[in-house]
Design a protein around this ligand. Structure first.
Ligand code: SAH
Length: 217
């Protein structure tokens, strides 16, 4: 069972979590406000209790994880979203990252390849208030050509290479944030598609994500 009640205690723990990720280097107030607004404990089984506000990744079933809040904040900050932008997310997982982005005022299109996780989100009542998030079951490597092009693409699984189809679905001037690498650690990259179609690549810190896999299951 998932918890459905937010309490002062949980709100207090969220304030502490926000201070923690701020101390780790997150400065974008809009990102910090979104983390403060989203009850992360709703995205986990009740048994996690207050642990939901530790700055850690946790299992969500099917061998997958809810990303660490710092990582969610880091990717959200690099994405530099503006209200009403169209954002494509690969790897819905718990839907926590998608909700953080929705809180920042963008339209989210999120894809998950694991049927069980996709189905679990359909039953997750809290998500119903987020009309600005659209959920898709499919292979993220293919993107959503009929819904694009997108202002931003965020990949929340370790990509062994830059998925070309997703670059194609970026608007000119659009940006992709992607943890790149096939080993245990991936380097966070931001790829900007310039107006002339060429790509600008920027490199950031190392993280550890579950792998981005081909096909559905
Ligand atoms: N954004 C999530 C992180 C989940 S972990 C959150 O906030 O909790 C990464 C997720 O990516 C997993 O659920 C995994 O099943 C999914 N994934 C891996 N490869 C994928 C692909 N090719 N297409 C869509 N989802 C994928």
């Amino acid at each position: 069972m998932r918890p459905t009640e937010d309490t002062y205690r949980f709100q207090g723990l969220r304030k502490k979590l926000v201070k923690e990720i701020q101390a780790k280097g997150i400065t974008d107030e809009r990102v910090l406000d979104a983390i403060l607004a989203v009850p992360r404990h709703f995205f986990l089984e009740s048994a996690f209790g207050e642990k939901a506000y530790e700055d850690k990744a946790f299992p969500i079933g099917e061998g997958q994880t809810i990303s660490q809040p710092y990582t969610v904040a880091y990717q959200s900050q690099l994405l530099e979203v503006k209200p009403f932008m169209k954002v494509l997310e690969i790897g819905t997982g718990s839907a926590y990252q998608a909700v953080v982005l929705a809180e920042m005022g963008v339209q989210v299109f999120t894809i998950e390849r694991q049927k069980k996780l996709f189905e679990a989100n359909k039953e997750f009542d809290y998500l119903k208030k987020y009309k600005s998030i659209k959920f898709f079951y499919g292979d993220g490597y293919l993107g959503l050509p009929t819904y694009g092009p997108f202002d931003r693409v965020i990949i929340t699984a370790a990509a062994p290479e830059i998925p070309q189809k997703l670059i194609e679905q970026l608007k000119p001037g659009g940006m992709m944030v992607i943890p790149l690498g096939a080993g245990d650690l991936q380097q966070m990259m931001r790829i900007t598609k310039l107006e002339n179609g060429s790509l600008k690549e920027e490199v950031f810190d190392y993280f550890s994500f579950v792998p981005m896999l081909d096909g559905k299951r």
